[in-house]
Design a protein around this ligand. Structure first.
Ligand SMILES: Nc1nc2c(ncn2[C@@H]2O[C@H](COP(=O)(O)OP(=O)(O)O)[C@@H](O)[C@H]2O)c(=O)[nH]1
Ligand SMILES: [Mg+2]
Length: 393
């Protein structure tokens, strides 16, 4: 797919910078947007001219902190400068926009829903978001911000992929190391998914996935999670085996060749099934009840020789048993590689405990904030006339 990425805020900018770094085929277009100058300067790949600083007159390049309402307001006021930067690179022949942001902060959290809505009003192409949700130990305010942002975002974006920081942190790891590793993980998973649907260097195969298959999978909206698993290609293992002495001896026994081929075929298809299974049952970008997905897409990535039909059919049948999805799609993304990977998109998920917790926590926080406000005021309501301002009731 030809994607136009917008990295919004610090986390968003860093992840999109990583997408660009890993995109050897130059399929992706990208800009970064922020209210904090230093965050923009910290990026490596995105050219300076494609980094947009907004809110200069308001926060003087120092960022909005965790005030996502301010992030939203600044974005509303300066959305035209973002569109100008997008148009300077060009939007002809793109398949979709993808806005990436950490939803717990201020700039990306507030700005992403505003920009998504605006892009939707301007362009025909779908607008997706990758929303990174904060780990609960970041504190209630971050969860509150994320819940407010996400609630708005799911109503405007065509689909929102969720990545859960909490599920991907390792114990004892510093935040910086964790983020570097996690950002690499995000860019790798979604990078492969978003590159699929392009005619690669391997030419066109019958089952090669088309961009429209991905778009149709995401059409249901809501939130989406992605599973991934990879393994060494069978042909790669065979090559290694043939290189060894025992392999050479085995090749001398020509009669067994047929049997070996048969074994390889079975090996390939059972490997594809187990890959798809590990992708779904392993760690998802958003751990959730995968059975509640409304649509699914199985994407096989690797050398064309590994794309075994029987394996894909088995994998599809397995997914059909597992989830009550309306639509299940599958396709190949042939690339030159020593690995075979399976990506499973579980779209429009209805049951995600982490998101439910986030919304619950935000509700409590809002009630507490409201109560604090009320308490603070009622204390001063005992018959003393204020000097000016509000009328006493
Ligand atoms: N995965 C990942 N998450 C991050 C990173 N930096 C910050 N976050 C998350 O994103 C949230 C928002 O932070 P930040 O992007 O700095 O906010 P903003 O610049 O105001 O949009 C934080 O609460 C974290 O949960 C990062 O580099 N990688
Ligand atoms: Mg920050």
């Amino acid at each position: 797919m030809r994607i136009f990425f917008i990295g919004f805020g610090q986390a968003g900018g860093k992840v999109v910078d990583m997408f660009v770094e890993q995109d050897k085929t130059h399929l992706f277009r990208a800009i970064a947007v922020n209210t904090a100058r230093t965050d923009l300067l910290g990026l490596k790949q995105i050219p300076m001219k494609d980094r947009v600083l907004i809110g200069q007159t308001v926060v003087k390049g120092h960022g909005v902190g965790t005030e996502n309402a301010l992030g939203a307001k600044i974005t509303r006021d300066e959305v035209d400068s973002i569109v100008t930067a997008i148009e300077a690179i060009g939007t002809h022949d793109i398949d979709a926009f993808v806005i990436v942001a950490g939803l717990g902060g201020g700039t990306g959290s507030g700005g992403t829903p505003v920009l998504a809505q605006y892009l939707k009003s301007l362009y025909e192409e779908p607008v997706y978001a990758i929303g990174i949700i904060p780990s609960p130990d970041e504190g209630r305010l971050y969860s509150y911000n994320a819940a407010r942002s996400l609630t708005t975002l799911v109503n405007v974006a065509d689909n929102t992929f969720i990545f859960d920081n909490a599920a991907w942190r390792k114990e004892g790891e510093s935040i910086k190391t964790a983020y570097d590793r996690i950002n690499d993980e995000i860019a790798r998973r979604f990078g492969v998914l978003f590159r699929a649907g392009e005619v690669g260097q391997q030419g066109i195969g019958e089952m090669v996935v088309d961009s429209s298959e991905i778009i149709n999978t995401l059409r249901g909206g809501g939130i989406t999670t992605v599973g991934f698993a990879k393994t060494e290609a069978v042909s790669q293992r065979l090559k290694q085996r043939q290189g060894s002495l025992s392999g050479i001896l085995r090749n001398l026994r020509k009669k067994e060749d047929g049997a070996e081929q048969q074994l390889l075929g079975d090996d390939r298809s059972s490997k594809i099934l187990s890959l798809v299974r590990s992708a779904v049952l392993g760690r998802l970008t958003l751990p959730c009840n995968y059975r509640s997905a409304g649509r699914a897409l199985i994407l096989l990535v690797g050398p064309p020789g590994e794309m075994d039909r029987k394996g894909v059919e088995k994998a599809r049948a397995w997914i059909e048993e597992q989830i009550d999805a309306d639509e299940i799609r599958s396709g190949d993304y042939p690339i030159r590689s020593n690995y075979v990977a399976a990506i499973v998109v579980l779209a429009s998920v209805a049951d995600a405990p982490r998101v439910r917790d986030l919304l619950e926590m935000a509700k409590e926080t809002r009630e507490e904030l409201a109560k604090e406000k009320l308490d603070g005021k009622t204390m001063f309501k005992d018959g003393i006339e204020p000097l000016f301002g509000e009328e006493t009731e």
